[in-house]
Design a binder for this molecule. Structure first.
Ligand SMILES: [Zn+2]
Length: 217
């Protein structure tokens, strides 16, 4: 005969591995490990409104960063400028297809997937319902996140600017500033909402309490 036993949701401390129960937090509260005082969970005051606003802003700056030129070069009567996609095309034409693909993935595809996914999740949650494929979409956001490397691209632009400026007249384009703004906004999004907070909203609107599971014995 099967009976059901209620089991609590345990969280392992990342620093000392101590298992402990973390109750749902209110905005502005944080939970710390009872043994080593490491941060276990935090609920930012801005909440979903702040995260959604930052995500929309980052989508706009990412679009600007991929439409406008990153660098403009002037040498006597010659003037040239290149967008990110121009740079990828040039790399492909010069037998550097692999490098071009990495640039395309880390500076455009991964940030677009991550930000698009966050927008798809946050807007319905803000309106009070669960989007279709919540788990699948959040998994995609988590998997694309490590491939977002806008800071590496910014570093490359700075190095190119310093190296080329000694030989030709170089101007930093609007896209470089937009990439820098995207980089800052991505960091702000990461600090404004976390995994636990997203699942908190999921539980709130779905009526399911995933903090407690049931096992058959
Ligand atoms: Zn600990």
């Amino acid at each position: 005969m099967k009976t059901q036993t209620k089991v609590q949701h345990w969280v392992a401390c990342r620093d000392c591995d101590l298992l402990q129960v973390v109750e749902p937090l209110a905005p502005g509260e944080s939970a710390r490990c009872a043994r080593c005082n490491a941060l276990l969970d935090v609920r930012t005051g801005g909440g979903i409104d702040c995260a959604l606003a930052l995500t929309v802003a980052a989508l706009i700056t990412l679009a600007v960063a991929n439409i406008y030129p990153i660098l403009s070069i002037r040498l006597q009567s010659f003037t040239g400028q290149a967008t990110l996609l121009d740079m990828v095309r040039i790399m492909y034409a010069q037998d550097m297809a692999l490098v071009g693909a990495v640039v395309l993935i880390t500076a455009l595809i991964a940030p677009a997937l991550m930000l698009g996914g966050m927008f798809y999740l946050l807007l319905p949650l803000r309106l009070g319902y669960i989007p279709f494929g919540f788990s699948w979409c959040y998994r995609m956001v988590r998997h694309s996140s490590p491939w977002v490397m806008t800071e590496v691209l910014i570093l490359g632009v700075v190095v190119s600017f310093v190296k080329l400026n000694a030989m030709v007249s170089v101007q930093v384009g609007i896209a470089a500033w937009a990439f820098a703004a995207t980089m800052v906004l991505l960091a702000a999004i990461a600090s404004s909402i976390n995994t636990q907070a997203l699942w908190h909203y999921y539980e709130k609107y779905s009526g399911k309490d995933s903090r407690h599971g049931y096992v058959s014995v």
